[in-house]
Design a protein around this ligand. Structure first.
Ligand code: UDX
Length: 441
């Protein structure tokens, strides 16, 4: 099939590459000419495991190309995916749908024949219907562009796998006999024809839009739940990690997303729960989601608690102390530093007078751009050299596997702060390190 993907960020670029991998001919479109040039040269503009090789393969095979020219995409494809950003709007924290709307406004008049427009961006409920109106008024007389909603659930770090082997495919349509649904099923046929194919949930546009934000709100709530319990564990002298293992054994609960620690960050969860609350308010259902405000504040509190714990571990103040912060990305296997708890903590420590030295395996360049006043090192050991305390803020495998003896040989103090409850504490304690973690009494 001939497919276009508008937006070449984490979502759009991954989707374009994966559609080519499924056998389609794909054109990726973006307004950012630099990004397009890099992608066209087979160079991924962000870190995502597995993406560079698939990108190079399909650019080389000619199945994937990139452009800034909307009319090229309009003429080429019959199925147009939209994966542009919906950033947080100031001051009401609602999602800004300007970019999504602009794609439809610009694309619709250029369409030479009937087409299907598939929204993948995370949007406030009601956006798809509005986009259908924009499409209706934009297309040339006699043509139709059906808007379908197909939310994306990919996680950074697992984006390729989540796209090619999803848990479910949700298709939101306005009418029961939607051509868009059939076209989308054909596009995903290689996934749906597998022996153990994932379920397809076909629903109305509004439900499809809400599925995405509800899923993210649930995940955020699960993380904040365990972090709230973690605060009680701290007060009571209990261990939240063992508690999470124990409650996670209940099938109805499950252990995933019960990782207590610095909490959630990134470009999705924090923004999506705020946008969800804002939209519920607009719809007159604001009371329904007030608990998400608490979910948000529990999460933000973790960062302050981490700073307090670090002060305590450093003898009451971090002023004049050198702290190695291991991790800058919001989670491992990503170079994304948007709303990163790790960098937030590093920034707060620095404001309190600590000499903070940050290291991350992939996110250093992005971190330097966002927090230029922090100090950065080129390796974990370089960051730890002369440090009074070592703070693990992102659970990269490289940090979990650090050798306490080697780190101890270069650090000034043997103080380990585990912001993600990911370090093998016994190993470090046996070698004379003082171990501090959130929720571990
Ligand atoms: C999320 C959703 O998982 C994905 O389905 C959606 O499409 C986009 O948003 P992502 O932002 O890539 O994906 O990251 P995710 O793996 O969900 O982690 C989000 C944050 O929660 C990270 O900062 C992570 O460190 C944190 N987290 C995750 C915890 O603090 N504890 C956990 O147990 C799990």
């Amino acid at each position: 099939m001939k497919i276009s993907v508008f937006g070449t960020g984490y979502l759009g670029a991954t989707h374009a590459v994966c559609m080519a991998e499924l056998g389609h001919t794909v054109i990726g479109v973006d307004v950012d000419a630099t990004k397009i040039e890099r992608l066209a040269a087979g160079d991924a503009p962000f870190y995502e495991p597995g993406l560079p090789s698939l990108l190079r393969t399909h650019v080389a095979s000619g199945r994937l190309r990139f452009t800034t020219d909307y009319s090229e995409a309009a003429n080429f494809a019959d199925l147009h995916f939209i994966g542009v950003g919906t950033p947080q709007r100031e001051p009401d924290f609602a999602a800004d749908t300007t970019f999504v709307e602009q794609v439809v406004r610009d694309l619709a008049p250029l369409l030479p024949r009937n087409a299907i427009i598939v929204g993948k961006s995370t949007v406030p409920v009601g956006t798809a219907a509005k986009l259908q109106e924009l499409a209706n008024t934009g297309v040339a007389r006699g043509l139709q562009a059906e808007v379908v909603w197909n939310p994306e659930f990919l996680r950074e770090g697992f984006a390729i796998n989540d796209t090619l082997d999803p848990d479910r495919i949700v298709i939101g349509v306005a009418n029961a006999n939607s051509e868009g649904e059939q076209v989308l099923r054909r596009a995903y046929a290689p996934i749906l024809e597998r022996e153990r194919a994932c379920p397809v949930v076909v629903t109305d546009l509004e439900t499809a839009e809400l599925v995405k934000v509800s899923a993210n709100a649930f995940l955020a709530t699960k993380i904040s739940f365990i972090n709230a319990v973690s605060e009680v564990c701290e007060a009571a002298g209990a261990d939240v990690t063992v508690l999470a293992d124990a409650i996670g054994l209940d099938d109805r609960i499950g252990r995933k997303f019960l990782g207590a620690g610095l909490g959630f960050g990134g470009g999705c969860l924090p923004k999506d729960i705020r946008a969800f609350m804002a939209r519920a308010g607009e719809l007159g259902a604001d009371q329904a989601l007030t608990f998400l405000r608490e979910v948000d504040s529990i999460n933000m509190r973790r960062r302050e608690k981490m700073v307090e714990l670090t002060s305590r571990a450093c003898g009451g103040t971090v002023l004049g102390k050198t702290i190695a912060v291991l991790g800058a990305s919001f989670k491992p296997n990503s170079d994304d530093v948007r709303d990163s708890p790790a960098l937030n903590v590093a920034g707060m420590l620095s404001l309190k007078g600590a000499n903070t030295i940050v290291y991350d395996p992939k996110a250093l360049a992005n971190a330097r751009r966002s927090f230029p006043t922090l100090n950065y090192a080129e390796s974990a050991l370089e960051a730890c050299a002369g440090a009074d305390a070592v703070l693990v803020a992102t659970e990269w495998r490289e940090f979990v596997q650090l050798d306490p003896e080697t780190v101890g040989a270069v650090a000034r103090g043997r103080v380990l702060l585990d912001g993600r409850n990911c370090m093998p504490s016994d190993r470090w304690c046996n070698l004379g390190w003082s171990y501090y973690a959130l929720g571990r009494g």
